[in-house]
Design a protein around this ligand. Structure first.
Ligand code: TRP
Length: 332
């Protein structure tokens, strides 16, 4: 039987955090053996907020290097850059004519981002979920591994697929969001009620995959916690609970084991242990990244071959879509 298709993507904006790693990329690595896996660097999505062009180019390549450093294997999965495959924008136009203004207005990420970028609420920010639906539907993906924050967008992709299939006959696989059970949600170190985010303006809030060991250790030492000095997982102790989650991701130990290990040892010791464990866990990724980022030819070769394969697969779907909506084919 053919393997099921999974597809996911991350935007090449700034620095990926341990939240992206433990919450997403690590799961992708685990999935690549069992699925026909497609991972994309979503540069088209990135320009919905202002980008410095040279930075965007650099971040696109560095996101690929980081995917590889985390363990994605170009022999096992399809890796490519979104703007290399023109079918994404082409399908996006067709699907935007199947998506209602009201649906897009209800997207919570659009509402959030409009609040944060009040001076740049551009049309792309509004139609962003249609482009994301195109990413998914072009490859007939069965499953879309995403964090909770993207679930609403995957549900919209389902609605769009079903609507198109109804209006024009069966064309798209209707995808499911795939939220891995242990896909941990990592919170900010300075405001543990908020998700850790690569775009947080306070660098103390996030632990980046590509910072130094010293920086990481310092950030954990300064992490905001309550003051009762008891290492225990509990809803009213968001700071410590977050550190327990992170320690668990880094070591594979359970919450119970961690509480026992640090019973009566205090926060100072615990915070140092979390910092050390995260650095140990990331040291391989960090070292591999440094090697890979120096091998530009190798990276470009992966992207070239990825783009070719992705174009081939995407065009199959796009041709079908063009035919169904009634576009005249130029090839008689
Ligand atoms: N919008 C996603 C994010 O910001 C990235 C993304 C783009 C994506 N296209 C996708 C995720 C397709 C899953 C599937 O995180």
């Amino acid at each position: 039987m053919d393997k099921k298709i999974i597809l996911s993507a991350a935007q090449p904006t700034g620095n990926l955090t341990i939240g992206n790693y433990f919450g997403a990329i690590k799961n992708w690595v685990d999935l690549q053996d069992d699925f026909d896996s497609i991972f994309c660097v979503a540069d088209l999505h990135a320009i919905t907020v202002r980008q410095e062009p040279a930075e965007l180019r650099k971040n696109t390549l560095s996101t690929l290097a980081l995917y590889l450093a985390c363990g994605l294997d170009p022999e096992k999965c399809l890796l490519f850059v979104q703007s290399h495959v023109e079918a994404h924008t082409a399908l996006s136009w067709v699907l935007s004519c199947q998506t209602m203004f009201g649906e897009l207005s209800r997207m919570t990420q659009f509402k959030d981002k409009s609040r944060k970028n009040a001076q740049n609420i551009n049309a792309g920010l509004f139609t962003y979920p249609v482009l994301m639906a195109s990413d998914i539907l072009l490859y007939q993906a069965d499953l879309v591994p995403v964090g909770k924050d993207q679930k609403q967008h995957v549900e919209l992709a389902r609605d769009i697929a079903e609507r198109f299939n109804r209006n024009f006959s069966d064309t798209f696989k209707v995808p499911e969001p795939y939220i891995p059970k242990q896909g941990a949600k990592i919170m900010s170190l300075s405001e543990p009620e908020k998700k850790m985010s690569k775009s947080d303006e306070n660098p103390q809030s996030s632990v980046y995959l590509l910072e130094s060991r010293d920086e990481t250790i310092k950030k954990f030492r300064r992490a905001v916690t309550d003051s009762d000095n008891c290492v225990k997982y509990s809803a009213d102790k968001p700071g410590i609970s977050n550190l327990i989650t992170i320690y668990s991701c880094a070591t594979g130990k359970t919450t119970r084991e961690i509480e026992r290990e640090f019973d009566s040892r205090g926060y100072g010791e615990f915070k140092s242990a979390v910092g050390e464990a995260v650095c140990d866990r990331l040291s391989g990724v960090r070292a591999r990244y440094q090697e890979l980022i120096g091998e530009k030819d190798y990276l470009m070769q992966i992207l070239k071959s990825g783009a070719e394969q992705a174009r081939y697969r995407a065009m199959k779907t796009l041709r079908k879509v063009y035919r169904k909506v009634g576009f005249l084919s130029p090839e008689a």
